[in-house]
Design a protein around this ligand. Structure first.
Ligand code: FES
Ligand code: FES
Length: 162
C-alpha cells in the first residue's frame, strides 16, 4: 500500500464519511474535492483570510491549516450543514437585507465566525464583533454592513431569549 494514503472516518454535517486520503490533503481540499462541499472557500491557503472556516468538534478552525488525516474521528460541520440545520437562518437573512455580502467569497466563513460569537448568547459590542471577525477578510463590503448585520441578530436573539 502507498504509505501516503490513509483511511479516515469522520462525521461531516451529521453523516459518517469513510475515505482514503493522501496524507498531504488539507481538510478544506478534502471537503471540497472528495465530498463536493464547496461552500468552504480557499483563499490564501495559509491561515490568514478565513475563507476556509469550518467547525471541528464545535470550534471554528481554518480548513487550510489542518490535514484531513488529523481530523480522523472528528466531527466536522461546514456551512452547508449549519445552513441546512437552520442554525444561522437569521444571520443569513440579516446579511442579505443589509448588503453584508457582495461577491460572497468571504461569506460562509464570515457567517460561521459570526455564529461562533453569537452562540454564547451574549450581546457583543461593535468592537467585540470587529475583533471576532478580524481573521476573516472581506475585499468587498468594508465590513460596516457585516458588523451591522451581526449586531442586529445579536439584539434580536437577545430580545427573543429575554
Ligand atoms: S484559505 Fe484558509 S485562511 Fe485563507
Ligand atoms: S463579499 Fe466579497 S469578499 Fe466579502
Amino acid at each position: 500500500m502507498n504509505d501516503r494514503m490513509h483511511d479516515i472516518v469522520m462525521t461531516v454535517n451529521g453523516e459518517e464519511v469513510r475515505e482514503r486520503v493522501d496524507a498531504r490533503t488539507t481538510l478544506v481540499d478534502f471537503l471540497r474535492e472528495a465530498l463536493a462541499l464547496t461552500g468552504s472557500h480557499v483563499g490564501c491557503e495559509h491561515g490568514v483570510c478565513g475563507a476556509c472556516t469550518v467547525r471541528l468538534n464545535g470550534a471554528i478552525v481554518r480548513g487550510c491549516l489542518l490535514l484531513a488525516v488529523q481530523c480522523d474521528g472528528a466531527r466536522i460541520d461546514t456551512i452547508e450543514g449549519v445552513s441546512d440545520a437552520g442554525e444561522i437562518a437569521d444571520l443569513q437573512q440579516a446579511f442579505a437585507e443589509r448588503n453584508a455580502l457582495q461577491c460572497g467569497f468571504c461569506t460562509p466563513g464570515m457567517l460561521l465566525t459570526a455564529q461562533d460569537l453569537l452562540k454564547s448568547g451574549t450581546l457583543p459590542s461593535r468592537d467585540t464583533i470587529r475583533a471576532h471577525i478580524s481573521g476573516n477578510y472581506c475585499r468587498c463590503t468594508g465590513y460596516h454592513a457585516i458588523v451591522d448585520a451581526i449586531e442586529a441578530v445579536a439584539h434580536d436573539r437577545n430580545r427573543r431569549t429575554g
